[in-house]
Design a protein around this ligand. Sequence first.
Ligand SMILES: *[C@@H]1O[C@H](CO)[C@@H](O)[C@H](O)[C@H]1NC(C)=O
Ligand SMILES: *[C@@H]1O[C@H](CO)[C@@H](O)[C@H](O)[C@H]1NC(C)=O
Length: 588
Amino acid sequence: NYICLMVWPRPPSRDGVLVLTKCGRGTGFCVPFLGSAEGMDFRTLLLDEERGRLLFGAKDHIFLLSLVDLNKNVKKIFWPAAKEKVDLCKLAGKDTHTECANFIRVLQPYNRTHVYVCGTGAFHPVCGYIELGTHKEDVVFRFDAQNLESGRLKCPFDPQQPFASVMADEYLYSGTASDFLGKDTALTRSLGSSQDHHYIRTDISEHYWLSGNCFDKYIPSIQQKLNIYFLFNQNDMGGQRSLINKWTTFLKARLVCSIPGPEGADTHFDELQDIFLLPTRDERNPMVYGVFTTTSSVFKGSAICVYSMVDIRAVFNGHYAHKESADHRWVQYDGRIPYPRPGTCPSKTYDPLIKSTRDFPDDVISFIKRHPVMHKSVYPVTGAPVFTQINVDYRLTQIVVDRVMAEDGQYDVMFLGTDVGTVLKVLSITKEKWDMEEVVLEELQIFKHPSPILTMEMSPKQQQLYIGSRDGLAQLSLHRCHTYGKACADCCLARDPYCAWDGNSCSRYTPTSKRRARRQDVKYGDPVTQCWDVEESISHETTDEKVIFGIEFNSTFLECIPKSQQASIRWFLQRSGEEHREEVCHGC
Ligand SMILES: *[C@@H]1O[C@H](CO)[C@@H](O)[C@H](O)[C@H]1NC(C)=O
Ligand SMILES: *[C@@H]1O[C@H](CO)[C@@H](O)[C@H](O)[C@H]1NC(C)=O
């Protein structure tokens, strides 16, 4: 099964460039697509790059797919909700198709041979183990439906509820509602090597405190992801969402993503939709990409803000916020801070008497209960969003970022999913004096129905993106250089860091020593400097058409005398982004 998409390269958009070219040359391509799957809710994805496979959790099903081609060797497990639970669910007034089924929400690698899986079980969450082969060639894909465990506090009841989970050291951490009504949310820890499989959870009233547990020993990126996700259900302070401290306690700090508003006051993007951690050379300090939308009914928009872990840590190491009583405002706390500093993890080398958070003195615990919020907020590294979409009738929902080497430096290409089934491929380019330019490289309608993109993962090894929505699952290459046309100038104007003109075609760019052999200019997209000596750029699609790029308020020489007696020459002017062309240079 394939879905076919049509792409029109965006008309070159550089201001001041006059483009004399033909328009409307679309290029089609097809992407693997997992059959007719309406309402299947492809939301939970587990990528196994090493073994080239992908597990997808959907409504009543778990699929095992090949990363290379979603259509090859598809295996599936059918795991519906128990009939009596479905009946109870319907009696409670829930929807048969969108609620009273087993929506898979947890797929986590448990050990070398098993994956832990949980589903909503028609508002009665259940979990189990899937056996998988350890090698690439293995075809084991088995589910033991007799050996199930309760999924309460591990998996949401309601399939639509925001949710996150991670597995570390055979412990499952989940941020979810613990009851049918979804009123009580908690961060929990379950499973684990201890036989009793008991839970640790945040207290209902003191949700920032997880007793006896410390997150410091777990892989930072995993906990960061969980902790940042978990803020979905946190209450706001001053209209902005908060970020929970990942280290020991549940300290919070505000993540600010705003733009200057019309009347001096900033307009805030206050609802976090998704987060992506872009690894850097320093493992402990990934870049944090956040997708934000607005809750305002007046101002609609989405923004991408980028934060550094260094800045986030600095805020947690800074002043605590203090509120004298309910009638007071939050102010900076300048009083005595107990030892060990609330928010740090106990460590034997630091203090042999404090082995775990259980050994924290009472004053540390009571301090953190009264001071769960940091005084300073975390601001984006660039001071402002790197990308915004304002006054459009859709919202951004998902983000994946790929760091790409280009001829003129490295670029972070953002793939953004929307709530209308499209994916935008965008770039934020830093110009002189920190001026930012937002460039939309591609805009693809992936799913026919305009339903939200629910999940998106990237395989750097396969150079593919895997995208799930309510009605389908698709695979998309990170680059399609050939769609940018058959001329050096078109390739250059596309400004896609993945692509360069190789002398014959627009193809995947790889950094080489032969500099002049590859023509690319992501920063300025200037074909004049890149393609001046390339024959192909002037012999456009039809041999009898010659294209010249000119810069506004400058002069360009237009040849008037034809080389052949049989020919006559006419020149047309077509402005950037316009279909219309007018004849110029009547003297010819
Ligand atoms: C992984 O966990 C499953 C379920 O508890 C167990 O049956 C299996 O033996 C474990 N495999 C390994 C390699 O430890
Ligand atoms: C601007 O005009 C001059 C004079 O014709 C020409 O030499 C130069 O190449 C032009 N610059 C660009 C960028 O077209």
